[in-house]
Design a protein around this ligand. Structure first.
Ligand SMILES: Nc1ncnc2c1ncn2[C@@H]1O[C@H](COP(=O)(O)OP(=O)(O)OP(=O)(O)O)[C@@H](O)[C@H]1O
Length: 353
């Protein structure tokens, strides 16, 4: 567990953030200038806070009141940047082991680097370079892994290629990973915990599924990015129609294509703008997924939109509708309605393990 409490004044900007990052991926999400990089630089020891305390398990890295400030080199922090920053004149093997070779065989296996070892960075794709950068950070035997928009420079196919490796890393290591990202699909797939920063303050923090499905978070995420994340299990395949049936606490969902073996767990992000509400069970519509839900929250936005929180079984979903529809349908908290989700609303980037 990484405990973070950081106060820092940088010119006009003040950062005042406190949260815990358990094992797994803690995503830091926030608009440009909200303080994400300053925060992770403080964890790395590259920026000295004015006050606060940073500790990983029992090891204190910074404590202003106790005058503890472990220098960068002593913090055992692995840092992966947006650009891989590999040494161009060294092959992958030597880039990987430059700072150490802790668990080298496992790291090479986990990140699928075996076939790249003799190559130079110039001959690698962007995604391969980032995998090497990740491997290099891990071989230093870090106690914390910091990743600052590590996939931001990659195109969608390269991102899709590397995401399963990051998921594997999250699931196999106990090292807390702090992951800065602007991309909500990436956050929904990878994060265990989500911290939303707004103007240097923690606007909301908690398990990713809870945070993303809260209607009051919509303004921080932006209306297009808002959407709930649910844990599902593959329950079946409809081969003739090329669909996969997913089961979750609120019912079953049909999604296009092959999504995994029966029984496999899948995390699904359902964008709020793709959820339609109906007061009665609709008939004669093309959408495949109709779920009975209960309205838990209604949060008006600044514009014409309203975020509606919905309970489906033990899970929370989120819909974004217009204020006009809300009024016309006379929707209210506690009311039972139907959520309609098009099977094609959820893209491949929204589905993770
Ligand atoms: N050395 C500095 N002196 C003064 N202000 C600074 C300094 N470094 C950063 N800032 C300011 O602190 C604020 C937070 O910057 P930071 O880079 O942490 O934000 P960010 O959330 O990482 O942004 P982005 O997503 O654009 O990278 C910004 O307003 C920035 O201009």
């Amino acid at each position: 567990m990484l405990q973070i409490c950081v106060q820092k004044q940088m010119g006009e900007f003040s950062l005042d953030a406190q949260f815990d990052a358990p094992a797994g991926v803690t995503a830091i999400f926030g608009k440009s200038g909200s303080g994400k990089t300053t925060l992770i630089n403080a964890i790395a020891g590259l920026v000295q806070p004015d006050a606060g305390r940073i500790a990983v398990d029992d090891r204190v890295l910074f404590d202003q009141s106790a005058r503890v400030n472990v220098p960068v080199a002593g913090r055992r922090v692995g840092y992966v940047f947006q650009d891989a920053r590999l040494f161009p004149h060294l092959d992958v093997q030597r880039n990987l082991t430059y700072g150490g070779n802790h668990n080298a065989a496992q790291v090479i296996d986990m990140l699928g680097l075996g076939s790249l070892l003799g190559r130079r960075p110039a001959g690698l794709s962007g995604g391969e370079r980032q995998r090497v950068a990740l491997g290099r950070a891990l071989m230093c035997d870090p106690q914390i892994l910091l990743m600052d928009e590590p996939l931001a420079a990659l195109d969608a196919p390269r991102k899709a290629e590397i995401l399963p490796y990051v998921e594997r890393l999250r699931d196999r290591t106990r090292v807390p990973i702090i992951y800065v990202s602007h991309d909500v699909s990436e956050v929904a797939r990878l994060a265990t915990t989500l911290v939303v920063l707004d103007a240097g303050r923690v606007a909301v923090a908690g398990p990713v599924g809870h945070v993303l499905s809260r209607p009051e978070v919509v303004p921080f995420l932006g209306t297009r990015a808002a959407g709930a994340v649910i844990e599902t299990r593959v329950a079946g395949r409809l081969l003739d129609d090329d669909l996969t049936e997913l089961q979750f606490s609120g019912g079953r969902l049909l999604m296009p294509g092959y999504l995994g073996e029966i029984g496999q767990k899948l995390r699904l992000r359902i964008p709020a703008q793709d959820v339609i509400l109906a007061r009665t069970a609709p008939t004669g519509i093309s959408a495949l997924n109709v779920l009975p839900v209960t309205i838990t929250d209604i949060v008006p936005g600044r514009g014409p939109g309203v975020a509606v929180g919905l309970r489906a079984g033990d899970d929370q979903l989120l819909a974004r509708i217009t204020r006009r529809s809300l009024g016309r349908m006379e929707l209210a908290v506690g009311m039972q309605v139907f959520a309609i989700i098009k099977a094609t609303a959820v893209g491949p980037e929204d589905i993770g393990s």
